[in-house]
Design a protein. Sequence first.
Length: 480
Amino acid sequence: MKRILFHLICAAFAVFIVACAGIAPGILNQPPNAPSNPTPADNATDVDIDVTLSWTCSDPDGDTLTYNVYFGTASNPTIVATVTTESYDPGSLNYNTKYYWKIVAKDGKGGQTSGSVWNFTTKAVSGTMTILQTILLTDKADNTGPIYSSPCISPDGFIYVGGQTNLYKLNNTGTSYGYLLTSGFTLPIWSSPTIDCSTDKLYVGNNDGEVIIFDTTTQTYSKTTVSGAGFAIYSAPIIWGGSLYVIDAWGYLYKADLDGTVSGSYLITAKDVRASPITDGTYLYIADSGGNIYAVNPDGTVEWPYPTNDCILGGFALDASGNVYVAGKTLWSFTPSGTLRWQLAMNSQSYGAPVISSDGRVYIGAEDGVLRIVNCADGSLESASNLEGPILSSCLIGDNDIVYVVSGTFLRAVNHLTGSTIDFVELNSYVESNMVLHFGKIYVADQSGYFYVVEALSDTISDTSGSWPMFQKDRYHTGM
């Protein structure tokens, strides 16, 4: 009798459990069938970058299904979404990239079935990189030399770049150029020009401590001495809050009006300064060759310093949250208040400024020829690609996420996830001038005095609010 009672209790408990699971008594829940019929097909190639993923799936009990979507470039993809339909839009993908994905179907009653891991490869980028124009920049005496200045582009589309003997202006096709300083000017311009779009005036320093102010509308210029001791100005000027800020090679910061009249000078550091400063609208960020980082107020007072003991020769970048990035032999990231977020040792000297993508990756090259792709959030190294030639300038990011970098004498377009080369052109010499991209063309100069117009595989990022895609952020070199 007790045994019969026990079995009756067990049966009643089983019915209770089944009822709680939403399953009719006497019917066991069956898991969904495996997801199948993927689109794109497994191992598909030449897939459009705007593809929508789809599949088919059914449940033997007729249960309503939900789907966990796993997707990414890793062979063991992670979950990215849960959907109730048999499709998922991953957004615009990258060219020439292999993606992995799988679907896990769930019936809401504890049953679930995973599909296979599928993969597909997106199509290669259309077009090829081509050198459209090569110009040897000379002055009226046929003088030339290495170009360290980085080109900028005015609102009317002309390109300006400093040389060893003059300031040059080129049209956007590179088919004509002229030197602008006609009064016997011979001192090198290693500084990079900055354009104030509100006045159409260009500002650039020279190696004699002067700032040249060029009116791009009237095509007239003036020179003003800002460094009383005549120290060279290697970095790009910054226009901030209606004032002009210039730092010389000896670490003096000068504040002037937009006509070049100096109203204040401040000794920030007694070490050599070559890195171009930037501003977040609150502070001006300055670095010296001894690795000291300074956040400077508009009145020239230092809000905070941070000694890294590194050698910083390039420039800065800011991410969408206002965090600061700068590189020497180590890549550094700070909060706006001066707290170190993380550091990544590279063990090779960087000469360029970091650039930052809208999806939170930092790109920085170094003298060892390695392009490093770093996660903004935690400083983890996502990829390190040896491009077989010293990288002596900043990278550049296009509107389709293609990254451009000069390694040795090769200007390369590379995959933004792996750093692998998509296409390249060969230049005449190494490059220490930072590239600029506009209307599908890259403008860059090399150490032998040549200036190049290169057909790119991308166009300019139109909205840079969530990224820092090139040296000094944009084609005007605003640095903010």
